[in-house]
Design a protein around this ligand. Sequence first.
Ligand code: ASP
Length: 376
Amino acid sequence: MRMNTLDRRGFLTFTGLAGAGMAGAGLAGLGLGTPNARAASLLSAPAEGDAHRGPCAIASGNCDPGVAKAYEMVMNGFDPADAVVAAVKFNEDDPNDQSVGLGGLPNEEGIVELDASVMHGPTHKAGSVASIRNIKNPAAVALEVLRKTDHVMIVGEGALKFALRMGFKEENLLTEKSRQAWVQWRANLNKDDKWFDDDQQIQPVGGKKVSAIEKSLMFTWGTVHCSALTPAGDMAACTSTSGLSWKIPGRIGDSPIVGAGMYCDNTVGCAGATGRGESMIVNCGSYAIVQNMERGMTPSEACAAFLKKLCDHTKEKHLLDAKGRPNFNVSVYALRKDGAYGGACIHPGGSYAIADGTAANGKNLRIVACPPLFND
Ligand code: ASP
């Protein structure tokens, strides 16, 4: 992955925006000259995936082995919506993945609530469920909404009833590991309540000392996204999550919101996201990325330009670090109609998984680090 400084290619890329009503705006007009030269350099860097053409599947870095399954399915003639839903099912079914489906971290009351959406390029139809309880495969339920109803989104109690009617099995999604994490978070919330914090607990004689609560336990995000392109040029996108851990019951993130957590336009491309959902919602994130590609940006440029805007729109003090940058991460992924792909994240750490039949590692997928806007 190369991170060039702003070069001629960057200017050429953005002069391409003239047709999109930005003639004469240049980099300064886009807010890319200052103060964020880093974003500008990212936007001008040739990136992994720019030159790729043809069928493939791209996913968040945790979608292993799902992304390879999605690729295999589109190569075998399956509908792309079936392929992307099958991809995220691996994570949904995995009790050790605490960000999705079974074993997802619960809300503040200890109840797992899941969000998912899927969008089908050929019909431009979407299906979504939000805040659904007791069903471990919300993406498959979302696909039923897409295929069997004239609705797009079904939430809460209604989503559970719909899933049961479609033959899904109700089960407790709170694993022992996630229950313990919730209990620990709850106990450490307030030093003065009647629950002992980790450092106050009375240990059984000879017992193992409970380690201090990890910072990561305070707020945990995590999600799985997958987009796929068939040999015939059809596309689909899907995102599934248990959302923000310890959320207020009923909180819905970006994952089930069409245009926020995922979006697919069969004539342009797909996008999806993981990370702080509220920021994706208020910036119409996945839709914006697809729009950026429609204006001529590469998938990586489209992702980086969007994240730059997201950073500019992040103004609340509690969301900013000492340098005035978002104190959270968002990773975004994009797949263009012709098979070019890319991603970006705000801070280092994001990654995407790509399956295009070229990986020679026996897994049929490669994990690529998302270029970050900031080096930290
Ligand atoms: N985007 C998800 C949400 O906000 C969480 C995540 O991806 O980490 O619900």
